[in-house]
Design a protein around this ligand. Structure first.
Ligand code: ZN
Length: 66
């Protein structure tokens, strides 16, 4: 079973798993560091985020209470 490089979708290299090369691994790291990492295959609107949103809305706003 060959996995694909998340960056360019070439077959991964064992040495740079899960990437195909050091270049792709570094590109991926740079994406993380710059905050622009996007994973189209993974939706991030998961229940945890919705629960967090709900918790924030339900929480009392101390600043508003006088
Ligand atoms: Zn690659």
């Amino acid at each position: 079973m060959t996995r694909r490089c998340p960056n360019c979708e070439k077959p991964e290299a064992a040495e740079f798993r899960p990437f195909c090369s050091r270049r792709c691994r570094e590109v991926d790291l740079n994406r993380w560091f710059t905050g622009s990492y996007a994973v189209p295959a993974v939706e991030l609107d998961d229940p945890e985020m919705e629960a967090l949103d709900a918790a924030l809305e339900d929480a009392p706003h101390d600043d508003d209470q006088q």
